[in-house]
Ligand binder design. Structure first.
Ligand code: AKG
Length: 274
């Protein structure tokens, strides 16, 4: 079976040894450097939990065009002070790393990815979002079950995610979970801007995403997992002593309608592919 057929059959692909250890280390080191340069003034507006409970403040809504920092929900003590050092308090960094930082740009636009995009027939695809997901030991939080197209909605759907294990991902440290063929379902919801300001979850279909038959996608450092935009997936909290960093980019077909109500607004005319 070709990769194209396998992807459309299963809703995901697992590509081992996609990147080398050195390539993974380069982006992890850069993530640490960026975190150290983050001037956190203690303002609560940067406090975030996970994708399902994003607040609607300007910091979040503007993060599509920036390098922005989001904290773990348990990062602060009762008096509002960080319990750990800054880096180990962060949940993720996003959402324009691939366009604004040369190290992340190199990782996001590589000959390997270009070849993969050709094989998957993603001719008109552009990278619209990127995230360094830190999932630190002991504190890295849950990512609730979701479909990526909820957050990057086009008509018709075109969202495809590329998730890279920067470290080994196991059941213990919070690997991804998904079900082969799980993308053969409807899109349940659309996370969008409200005309009056802020955001809301628009429900298309109340049927909860099924968690039945989900399997752990345990993968080695350097693996790329390609995710269909309708594929329900999640990751559990990292309760282990080992961190589980990952980097993900999300892509859409630039020829399709990208509504102005999507939470993430970029100038689509300047977005680039691989
Ligand atoms: O890395 C994780 O734990 C979740 C990532 C995810 O859901 C995504 O990139 O779409």
């Amino acid at each position: 079976m070709t990769l194209y057929d396998q992807f459309n059959n299963d809703g995901y692909l697992i590509l081992k040894d996609f990147y080398t250890e050195d390539q993974c280390d380069a982006v992890m080191n850069r993530g640490l450097e960026l975190s150290n340069s983050f001037n956190f003034d203690g303002h609560p507006s940067v406090f975030q939990t996970n994708e399902q409970t994003r607040t609607s403040d300007d910091y979040f809504l503007n993060s599509g065009n920036n390098i922005s920092y989001f904290f773990e929900k348990d990062a602060f003590d009762e008096s509002g002070k960080l319990k750990n050092d800054l880096f180990h308090s962060l949940n993720k960094i996003g959402h324009a790393l691939h366009d604004l930082d040369p190290v992340f740009e190199k990782f996001s636009r590589s000959p390997q990815l270009k070849a993969l995009a050709t094989e998957l027939r993603l001719d008109n695809y552009v990278i619209i979002q990127s995230m360094l997901i830190l999932k630190h030991a002991k504190i890295g939080g849950i990512v609730d079950v979701h479909q990526d197209a909820t957050f990057l909605y086009t008509e018709p759907n075109s969202c495809i995610g590329f998730w890279f294990a920067l470290e080994d991902a196991t059941i213990e440290n919070g690997c991804l979970w998904a079900k082969p063929g799980g993308h053969n379902t409807t899109l349940r919801s659309w996370f969008k801007r409200k005309p009056s300001g802020g955001t809301e979850m628009h429900i298309f279909d109340n049927e909860p995403l099924s968690m039945d038959d989900m399997i752990p996608l345990e993968v080695k450092k350097g693996t790329c997992i390609v995710l269909h935009g309708f594929l329900p997936h999640y990751s559990l909290p990292n309760t282990s002593g080992k961190s589980r960093q990952a980097y993900s980019i999300h892509t859409i077909d630039s020829q399709l309608k990208y509504p102005a109500a999507n939470w993430l607004q970029r100038d689509l005319s300047v977005l680039k592919g691989f």
